[in-house]
Design a protein around this ligand. Structure first.
Ligand SMILES: [Mg+2]
Length: 281
């Protein structure tokens, strides 16, 4: 990497830890909010998504209002499926989506990570945004409790400690502050960041946030590196501005072109991060 990186922006969930057992808890909280006759259907859909036997997949988009699952490239709907897997024809797609679509956090979900799977299935079975957000908050509360044990990524704390004198480290997460701070504490990373942005509103506000970061640190976009596991939230908007990117593609939905560096796990990029601070070593 030829330019000097002066700021690294890290996502939190799915990036700074790899634990996934809280998703089962989250799915359970959503299931409980459904009427009894829908719970079994919810469970079997959730299992089907996890095992790859459902049209809803990480990397797809869920149109809540039309109850359609979309495959989208650059905003253009390329394929669309009903919940049962029936594919829409090109004509039908053209009629329903004549223009580019924009994802949002209310009714056009980018299924960018596992957080979106239980909530989308819950919405399909009639829950509203408040119900699923409530389940999310209950899950974050559980994650704050001592019962939820987390496994820090080997070498991460050491790496961040080593580079933080040379490079500004920013945490930028969509999650609220209280639970995120507890998670950082559990991971031993509380003291690592120069700045922490909570409830960041990615992807809608990603660009705005990066512009702010560039301004406060007086750096160019190509001197900022964005590290995250969600292509749409963490990578594409940062890349469009000219930032460097490391994409943690644990679900294998991208390819080598998706970011400057693509890894399965953050651990595989620690050496790269260390070299950013000491380019000669
Ligand atoms: Mg994430």
């Amino acid at each position: 990497m030829s330019t000097t990186i002066k700021v690294i922006v890290f996502d939190l969930d799915g990036t700074l830890y790899e634990d996934t057992h809280h998703f089962a808890y989250y799915a359970k909280r959503i299931e409980e909010k459904l009427s009894e006759d829908k719970r079994e259907k919810f469970r079997s859909d959730y299992e089907a998504v996890l095992s790859g036997h459902h049209p809803l997949k990480i990397g797809s988009v869920y149109d809540v209002q039309r109850d359609l699952i979309l495959l989208v490239r650059d905003g253009v709907v390329k394929e669309a499926y009903h919940w049962d897997g029936t594919k829409l024809t090109a004509n039908e797609i053209q009629t329903i989506y004549p223009n580019k679509i924009t994802v949002n956090l209310d009714n056009m979900f980018s299924i960018g990570d596992l957080w979106w799977v239980p909530s989308s299935i819950g919405r399909h079975y009639g829950l509203n945004n408040e119900d699923t957000y409530q389940a999310f908050l209950e899950t974050r509360k559980y994650m704050m409790s001592p019962q939820f044990q987390m496994k820090p990524i080997n070498g991460l704390l050491e790496t961040l400690t080593e580079i933080r004198d040379d490079i500004k480290l920013v945490l930028m997460t969509n999650s609220p502050k209280p639970d995120s701070e507890v998670i950082l504490e559990k991971l031993g990373l509380s003291m690592c960041f120069h700045k922490k942005i909570f409830e960041a509103g990615k992807p809608v506000k990603t660009a705005e946030r990066f512009e702010w970061i560039a301004r406060i640190y007086a750096v160019r976009f190509d001197e900022i590196m964005s590290v995250g596991d969600n292509l749409l939230n963490d990578i594409i908007p940062a890349r469009n501005l000219g930032c460097k990117t490391i994409y943690i593609d644990s679900h294998k939905i991208g390819n080598e072109e998706s970011a400057d560096i693509v890894v399965d796990k953050l651990k595989d990029s620690l050496e790269v991060l260390r070299k950013l601070a000491n380019p000669l070593h």
